[in-house]
Design a protein around this ligand. Sequence first.
Ligand SMILES: Nc1ncnc2c1ncn2[C@@H]1O[C@H](COP(=O)(O)OP(=O)(O)OP(=O)(O)O)[C@@H](O)[C@H]1O
Length: 210
Amino acid sequence: MLLSTKNLSFSHPRQQAIHFPDIQLTSGESLLILGKSGSGKTTLLNLLGGLAQPATGEILIDKVSLSDLKGQKLDLFRGQHIGIVFQKPHLITALTVFENLQLANFFSKKKNDQLMQLLKDLGLADKSKSSVLTLSEGEAQRVSIARALANQPKLILADEPTSSLDDDATQKVIDLLKEQAEKIGAGLIIVTHDQRVKNHISNFIEVKSS
Ligand SMILES: Nc1ncnc2c1ncn2[C@@H]1O[C@H](COP(=O)(O)OP(=O)(O)OP(=O)(O)O)[C@@H](O)[C@H]1O
């Protein structure tokens, strides 16, 4: 089992606790996290990525309990094993496309000689030397996917990767995420309230706030 969670809950300050359904995910499998706006989908993704600590429950990734990792160890574990695609690309604007990917490798102490191939797979080969400031929104989104994949993670977490994209681009981004996850044998979890994504991935859990 790549990922398993049990009895997870989280309380934002002055908010009712959110209880999450348990997740079981094997390598190569895809899962959607669905739920209304404000139900706690991003909160769950943050817990799975070790970016927030649960109030109760446990998260095991490849048999490692995230709660046993702190500080630098947690950062290194995240960098090496978890690729996160955030809602907004959050690229380093002073760097080129290729340098943004190299930086991901640098922080996680990983070497990947397939970065150029990755950009090719995502239709970005001719943008490798471009400043990220010159990219369209869809291109920047694909670069942020490439960056999440740059360390060949075991688990890919994507938060609303298609919310600002049209139907064609949505299909392309979901296909790319699935193809790339399959290529490196990773598990893929996508948070969305985009009904279109349901046509591409059938496995889902639903987060409800009460
Ligand atoms: N930093 C915070 N402090 C207090 N409450 C928060 C904080 N972040 C989120 N919340 C609350 O926690 C709940 C869950 O938020 P979350 O962002 O996880 O929802 P979501 O399902 O991802 O929503 P959306 O689909 O709109 O992005 C919401 O009620 C939100 O107002």
